[in-house]
Design a protein. Sequence first.
Length: 279
Amino acid sequence: MGKTCELQKKKGIAEFFTLDLGEGVVKEMIAIPGGQFMIGSPAWELERLENEGPQQIVIVEPFFMGKFTVTQAQWARVACFPKLKIDLDPDPSYFKGLDRPVEKVSWNDVQEFCARLSVHTKMNMRLPTEAEWEYACRAKTSTPFYFGETISMSLANYRGTDWADEDIEYKGSYAGGPKGKYRQQTTNVGIFPANPFGLYDMHGNVWEWCQDDWRENYDITLPGSTADIEISETKRKVLRGGSWHSFPDSCRSASRLRGIPDSNPYHIGLRVVCDGVTE
């Protein structure tokens, strides 16, 4: 598989491989087993929105997903790889730190990042489909969060304080869980508990771009491992996971957001995936 990739498997630990990006920077990819799940949220889930339904069964093929969101160190390395279509700022983030997630990257930027990474690794590196993202986040769970019915500051980085805007009140707690604090910034990746698949920070820290175009609901049949996308660079794209700036209800496994492809706010990052790898 070349010097850029080493496939590994350890007893009792998820199969994974490591990408060597050079200059001592590596990226770990975790094997996500194929399967089926119920995408979206049930009608009785607290704080759910109509765009999270109707629920339907989706089949997802096996793939590999980044153990963490792309860090600033990883982004900087790939930004140094040869340009394919557009330039990449090697240091775009507002909150600086090599082990923090990269942010202030647009969907269009991320397409260039994935393309450069694909050339370097000789693998098809890409964004996850919306279905792949939720399947990986849930990791065989059906609760609002992969760690259960509620959330706390020891489990994720989100906005844990109340805030009111005219007639609307936003809650810093969820389903009777504790209120917390508002860190007002990203944290280093991997400091909160992983989900059962071994993925970190699927709830909070930064929203994560998906490959799919935005759909208002799930009234259509979702293709699972194939992105629901039109040939358009202007159509809004799907974001998942919530961020440091999000209230807990927006960090649920089923929560969805839409973003303009060329927008790059300081609470949006990415996590890459690739199809199954053989030795």
